[in-house]
Design a protein around this ligand. Structure first.
Ligand code: ZN
Length: 205
């Protein structure tokens, strides 16, 4: 792990001041425990004596050499632009993604661990949300895991709610659509997926 140094942070609950270390990059082969911390939501978190836990906002490069997955967390427009340049300079290779938050990174990791492709998952999300009785394409729907040929999701809308969808629907979509992103398409998110689904509907594949 590469440490960027310390950040000065004030607890939003009690206003105690803290110096916390921030991690700039993780290589999962060298530091498998860092991946576990991320998945458990214990990464770049301020744990204050008052009991308040605060997720810190930080840039982070996540590298999984075995899955060939490279994800840059870029919480600001400036960081996004920097991430795009860094990936362009690194050349194509593996799956390269830019995400706005640690939560989005955690979802990308869960998708890769499940052996799924994020772009298909994002399209499935849009189709799932569109098929609800009151469609809301902005609703937060996060992939969680696959078990017994079922995709398990968490919908965040006034609390967390579990949702499920058949793996077969994912596989059918993956085999039929021609939406697979080209290298250099770094932001595979809701906006990307809505455009991809619209194009699929229009072109019939
Ligand atoms: Zn506090």
């Amino acid at each position: 792990m590469k440490i960027t140094g310390t950040a000065h942070v004030t607890c939003p609950a009690c206003e105690r001041e803290h110096d916390v270390t921030l991690v700039q990059s993780i290589n999962t082969q060298e530091h498998p425990e860092a991946k576990q911390q991320l998945l458990e939501g214990n990464f770049d978190v301020l744990d204050c004596e008052c009991g308040k836990r605060t997720q810190l906002v930080a840039e982070l490069l996540y590298v999984d050499p075995i899955a060939n997955l490279y994800v840059q967390v870029a919480p600001t427009d400036e960081a996004m632009a920097k991430g795009e340049q860094a990936f362009a300079g690194a050349g194509a290779g593996g799956t390269q993604r830019l995400v706005p938050s640690l939560n989005a990174l955690v979802e990308k990791i869960k998708i890769a661990d499940a052996g799924l492709e994020d772009w298909v998952v994002e399209m499935v999300k849009v189709l799932l949300l569109a098929s609800r009785s009151e469609p809301d394409l902005n609703a937060v729907l996060l992939f969680d895991h696959v078990a017994d040929n079922v995709l398990h999701w968490v919908m965040l809308a006034g609390g967390a709610r579990a949702m499920q969808s058949p793996l077969a629907a994912y596989e059918k979509l993956a085999s039929r659509t021609q939406a697979r992103p080209k290298s250099g398409e770094l932001r595979i998110d809701r906006m990307w997926a809505i455009a991809a689904v619209q194009k699929m509907m229009r072109d019939g594949n």
